[in-house]
Structures are given as structure tokens and as C-alpha cells.
Design a protein around this ligand. Structure first.
Ligand code: ADP
Ligand code: MG
Length: 256
């Protein structure tokens, strides 16, 4: 069996005295799409941020592609994920993230946004970066928008630029945190379509979304988080089929 892209083992995360993640075990198979569902405040963003190492777990381990990124606490307590700066750089290079807010630089064109990190972080020559940038803009259907500024683009187009920007860094895993939540309903479809196409190419995606229909049709794995615990984890047919978990039923009534 190939090892999973991400393996999460007994992850706990507290902010002060509030425990937000209460022992999460989840594995994300390579080349698959995992959709993470759950009510507001259940810990979805926190879990995603832990996977991206934007947050350190309070305890538990997160492995990226078998890379053991935690250590057993020598004091005999729980093992936890704590990374050296080198580890963090190595892992971050493998993981891309797309947020609800597109966070584009307003003073840069779409192409500038997509290529900025290639040039300033990776030290790529401008021409080579532009080539990659144009390829990625084409991939999200925005070949003709490279020279437009964010203010000249719709929300859906801006989010697609943000996706192209993440893709330009060739991540192994792409994480999405409610990527369509701040879009008008008529702009949601174009972003979901881009994500569907990415899923079909066999990228490893983890998507937090309230788009249940999308999750059911594109997700190969559905994980349902409730109050910091993973209540359900399985293929969509199993999770959405009957009988349904009462908490999921309640959630679906809210979002469907
Ligand atoms: P979701 O994404 O499912 O809506 P979050 O992961 O954002 O949930 O938040 C889960 C809980 O953790 C919420 O109660 C939230 O207020 C709390 N929380 C998240 N981030 C922080 C933080 N940096 N400091 C304190 N509490 C936080
Ligand atoms: Mg969230």
C-alpha cells in the first residue's frame, strides 16, 4: 500500500484552556480529494492550518508523505509535532493553501500575483516565472486576464487567480478553506469547476466546504468534524447514504 499524503494521529489543539481539536485521526490518500465538512466552529480551519503547519499541534503527530514531523515527548507525555525551521520550509514547499479571502496583492496584476513567489522566494528568472504563471492562469481559465488587476476581476476570477498562484509553486497537496464562501452564488460554480478539474488530474486535495453536492460528487473521502472530533470518515456513498448519523443529518438540514 502506498503511504498516505497526510497522516494525522491523535491530534489535539488547544487555544489557552479551550480544546478545539480533541484527538483527530485521519489519513488523506494520495491523489484523492478529501472533503472536510462540519458546522461553524467545529475546528475545520484549525485542522487545515495544522496540516499546513501554520499552527503547531498541542499534541499528536502529522506526517506529510511519510515525513515524520513530530517526535515522542522524552518526558513521557504525548508525542507532538514540533518542527525545526528547516522542517517547516520543507513541508511548506509541499503544501499549497487557498483561503476564503483571496488575499491577492491589489497593486499587482493577476500574472504578477501568480509569479511573485516564484521570483522572490524561488529566485526564478522573470521570463521563466511568467511562462509558468501563464500556464497556471490558463489552467484556471484566465489566459486572457493576466494583465488585469484584482479590482478589475470578479470574485470568482480573483479566487481562480489565487488557485493559480498556489499551483504555480507545484505543491503535492492543495488545501482549500471554504474557497467559495465569500462568493456570490452565481460565481461559485466557476471556482468549483476549477477544483473539480484539479481533482480529476489526480492531485491530492483537502477541501473544507459547505457545498454538499460538490463534496458528494467530487470527494472520494468525506470527513465530518463536530465539536473538535471526527465523527465520520468514509466514502460519500457511505456517509451520505442512509441511515445517516443524526449530527450529519442536522448539519445537512442547515446547509442543503
Ligand atoms: P471552523 O473552521 O470549523 O469554523 P475553527 O477551526 O475556525 O472552526 O475554530 C474552532 C474553534 O477554535 C472556534 O471556537 C474558534 O473560536 C476557536 N479558535 C480558532 N482559532 C483560534 C485562535 N487563534 N485563538 C483562539 N481561539 C481560536
Ligand atoms: Mg473555518
Amino acid at each position: 500500500m502506498t503511504r498516505p499524503a497526510v497522516r494525522i494521529r491523535d491530534v489535539h489543539k488547544s487555544f489557552g484552556s479551550t480544546e478545539v481539536l480533541k484527538g483527530i485521526d485521519l489519513s488523506v490518500p494520495k491523489g484523492s480529494t478529501t472533503c472536510l465538512l462540519g458546522p461553524s466552529g467545529s475546528g475545520k480551519s484549525t485542522l487545515l492550518r495544522c496540516i499546513a503547519f501554520l499552527e503547531e499541534t498541542t499534541s499528536g503527530l502529522i506526517e506529510i508523505d511519510g515525513d515524520p514531523l513530530g517526535f515522542a515527548d522524552p518526558g513521557g507525555g504525548r508525542s507532538r509535532t514540533r518542527l525545526s525551521a528547516g522542517d517547516i520550509r520543507r513541508v511548506r514547499a509541499k503544501i499549497g493553501m487557498v483561503f476564503q479571502q483571496f488575499n491577492l496583492w491589489p497593486h499587482m496584476t493577476a500574472l504578477g500575483n501568480v509569479t511573485e513567489a516564484l521570483v522572490t522566494v524561488q529566485g526564478m528568472k522573470r521570463q521563466a516565472a511568467n511562462e509558468i504563471g501563464n500556464q497556471q492562469l490558463a489552467r484556471v481559465g484566465l489566459s486572457d486576464r493576466g494583465h488585469h488587476y484584482p479590482s478589475e476581476l470578479s470574485g470568482g476570477q480573483q479566487q481562480r487567480v489565487a488557485i493559480a498562484r498556489a499551483l504555480a509553486l507545484s505543491p503535492d497537496i492543495l488545501l482549500f478553506d471554504e474557497p467559495t464562501a465569500s462568493l456570490d452564488p452565481e460565481l461559485t460554480g466557476e471556482v468549483l469547476n476549477v477544483m473539480r478539474e484539479l481533482a480529476e488530474t489526480g492531485m491530492t486535495l483537502v477541501i473544507v466546504t459547505h457545498e454538499i453536492g460538490f463534496a458528494a460528487s467530487v470527494g472520494q473521502k468525506i470527513a465530518f468534524l463536530d465539536h473538535g472530533k471526527l465523527l465520520l470518515d468514509g466514502p460519500p456513498a457511505e456517509i451520505f447514504g442512509t441511515p445517516r448519523h443524526p449530527r450529519l443529518e442536522q448539519f445537512l438540514e442547515t446547509y442543503l
